[in-house]
Structure formats: structure tokens, C-alpha cells
Design a protein around this ligand. Structure first.
Ligand code: ZN
Length: 239
């Protein structure tokens, strides 16, 4: 089975449409979404609609829960807070309810999916470095953990080594890994293209995929929505 794993869409419709087209082209069997469907971008409602139509396997991100009122925005950066407040005003009550009812984790036997980190999935800690990864391996027992949240694609092994493959990484079935597919709607690794991974459960491999999308239109829409201007700029630079 080949599973498309997407994360951190952040209301960026143009990026999500490009990723969905690529997933169709690859003819994948299943899709899992690691959360943060909304926040930052101008089309949260459209993005919720698309995610609901392509998968019933979505975990909650901090922005989803913040917009739904389940996570405090006090610790959010001012720009993120502003985006959460704006997003609340454009979603209807059933969209807000959908965000509130997203689970924090999904477990498929040897594989665990969640947005931030397994030590406390609702505290929204980041796995940014090898030492962060080493600590987090203690908090789950599955072979592979998929996380989002940092917007930076990564594969970590138990020694905290960063394995970021050019194309396909074949995992050792006797070892354990933490995999981050990067972000669909707001990549932060200096590359503006939308990012996701294909997890092949037969070959036990991870393929990193980047997809070009209409960044200019997504950026213009953020400006027109009068969201913080920095949000329109950063997506052009993959930041
Ligand atoms: Zn995010």
C-alpha cells in the first residue's frame, strides 16, 4: 500500500490543489493528514472541504485546535494569533466543530501519526534537532512515527541522525524512525514548493515529494484578506 502523508496546509488552497493533483497522478491508496489544515492562509474553509473529501484520517494540529478554541492562543506569536482570530471569523459552525473533533493521534499498528510530539501531543512541542528526536523516541513504541508541526521535511533515526533522502529512503524494518513530510502550505526549509511524502508499506520506504504551485496567487489572496503581510511574503521564500 502507498500512503500519501500531508501536513500543515494552513489554508493555502493553491498548494493543496497542486498536492492533490500530484497524489491523483501517483494513484496512491490512502491519504493521512497530520493537521494544521487552517491558520496563516486565505482559504481555510476550502481546505477543510478538500481534506474531508480526500481522507477520514486527520489528526489535530495546534492551529486547528486554537481556531476551535481548544488550545490557548496566548503562547502563539502575534502574527499566528492574528491569523487564528481571522480564521475563526470566516469558518462556519460545522467547520469549527470538525476542527474541534479531530483526534490527537491515529495508530495503525506499527505506525503512529500525530501533529507535534509523542511526549504530550496537546502541548505542541517541536522535533527540530537530533537531540529532540532522541528524547521523543522514548515516548512511543511503534516502528515509525509521522509528525508535522516544524514545516521542515525530515527523517530521524534512533541515534538522532538526520536522514533526508534526495528521492527514496528505504527504512530498516528492525529499526525505528521519526518522519516529517514537511508542509503543504507554508514550507520553511527555504524551498517554496509544497512538500509531502509517500510511505510505501510493502517496501517500507519513504519518498519525499515536492510540488510547484501558484505561490503568487496564494500570496495575493493573503494580502487581499488583510492577513499580516509577512504571511504573504514568507511563502514566496519557503520560510
Ligand atoms: Zn503548522
Amino acid at each position: 500500500m502507498r500512503i500519501g502523508i500531508i501536513s500543515d496546509i494552513h489554508g493555502n488552497l493553491e498548494a493543496l490543489q497542486a498536492v492533490v493533483a500530484k497524489i491523483d497522478e501517483l494513484n496512491l491508496d490512502k491519504i493521512v493528514c497530520l493537521g494544521d489544515i487552517v491558520g496563516y492562509g486565505a482559504d481555510p474553509s476550502e481546505c477543510i472541504k478538500i481534506v474531508k473529501s480526500i481522507t477520514s484520517n486527520t489528526v489535530a494540529g495546534n492551529h486547528d485546535y486554537a481556531v476551535g478554541g481548544l488550545t490557548s492562543i496566548n503562547y502563539f506569536a502575534p502574527v499566528a494569533r492574528e491569523a487564528v482570530e481571522w480564521t475563526r471569523t470566516v469558518l462556519n459552525s460545522s467547520e469549527l466543530a470538525f476542527l474541534r473533533f479531530l483526534p490527537l493521534t491515529i495508530n495503525w499498528g506499527a505506525v503512529l501519526f500525530l501533529h507535534s510530539s509523542p511526549d504530550s501531543p496537546d502541548m505542541w512541542n517541536y522535533i527540530l534537532t537530533g537531540s529532540d528526536a532522541i528524547v521523543q523516541f522514548r515516548f512511543f513504541k511503534e516502528s515509525v512515527l509521522f509528525v508535522g508541526h516544524t514545516h521542515v521535511p525530515a527523517i530521524w533515526n534512533e541515534e538522532g541522525k538526520y536522514l533526508y533522502p534526495a528521492e527514496v529512503y528505504r527504512m530498516d524494518p528492525r529499526k525505528r524512525y521519526i518522519v516529517n513530510p514537511g508542509s503543504v502550505g507554508q514550507p520553511r526549509d527555504g524551498i517554496e514548493d509544497a512538500s509531502f511524502v509517500v510511505f510505501n508499506t510493502d517496501k517500507w520506504s519513504i519518498e519525499m515529494v515536492r510540488v510547484k504551485y501558484d505561490v503568487e496567487t496564494a500570496s495575493q489572496k493573503i494580502k487581499q484578506a488583510e492577513l499580516p503581510i509577512i504571511l504573504a511574503e514568507r511563502i514566496k521564500h519557503g520560510q
